[in-house]
Design a protein around this ligand. Structure first.
Ligand code: CA
Length: 246
């Protein structure tokens, strides 16, 4: 039996939150090219905003250009785009002292029919909701996650740790970077969530799972997530990008 052709739809919201004066998160996507990206920038002054929007723009521009050439294998083209975005941010930081050290997290979903790839650097996450069960697909590149993995810290301690902001991999801060790449098969009804830590710091996985339950429009689900994160404190910028397979 031939596998059914999957179609994708998406919606996203980014919000400054309740405490920050600017929004250093950025997102972008192209349903046509099957690429979806969320970035969370860091750096002094406006550098974080520049890094995250540069990363999103570069990745989308390069994947889209490759897609239109019609010969690139999507996960390779997404990985190449991420490496090129890294170089673009890094060299701009080198050229301009005011932007020196700027960087960004990146989480991307690339889909081609039922094949899906998740790529990440830093602590922005990708989750999949399948049959009302939420599963985190990415592993945070953060100091506390590493401590949890080697058994030196519990999950609860990690959430409370003053070091929870420290990420161990970022885009644009070094001349080279390696994203993690996860390959999976999408099924009809799968819902992918790409988000910045402004969402996951405020809301636990069970809360996110319950907010995403039910077959509601994606715009409504995005608004529910952002509203809940703001009610829970809204300490940081909040971004969520939802992609549904049908
Ligand atoms: Ca953040």
């Amino acid at each position: 039996m031939a596998t059914a052709v999957l179609h994708y739809m998406a919606a996203a919201v980014t919000d400054r939150g309740r405490k920050r004066s600017s929004n250093e998160d950025a997102f972008g996507y192209s349903v046509e090219d099957g690429v979806y990206v969320v970035c969370d920038g860091m750096g002094g002054a406006a550098a974080g905003e520049i890094a995250s929007s540069l990363a999103v723009d570069e990745v989308l521009r390069l994947v889209t250009a490759n897609g239109h050439n019609g010969h690139a294998h999507l996960p390779d083209s997404a990985e190449q785009a991420i490496l090129a975005a890294n170089e673009a941010i890094y060299s701009r930081g080198q050229r301009n002292r005011r932007l020196s050290g700027m960087g960004t997290t990146l989480v991307a979903l690339a889909v081609q029919e039922s094949h899906a790839w998740v790529l990440n650097i830093g602590d922005s996450r990708c989750y999949r909701l399948r049959k009302d069960r939420l599963e985190q697909l990415t592993v945070d590149h953060s100091l506390v996650e590493e401590q949890v993995r080697i058994g030196r810290m519990s999950r609860t301690e990690a959430l409370r740790s003053p070091l929870k902001n420290v990420i161990t991999r970022a885009l644009g801060t070094q001349c080279r970077v390696t994203p993690d790449i996860f390959e999976l098969e999408a099924e009809p009804g799968d819902l992918f969530l790409l988000c910045s830590d402004g969402l996951t710091r405020e809301l636990s996985d069970p809360v996110i799972e319950s907010l995403l339950a039910g077959d509601r429009p994606l715009e409504e689900l995005c608004a529910r997530l952002v509203d809940a994160a703001k009610k829970a404190g809204g300490h940081d910028n909040i971004t969520c990008l939802l992609v549904r397979a049908a």
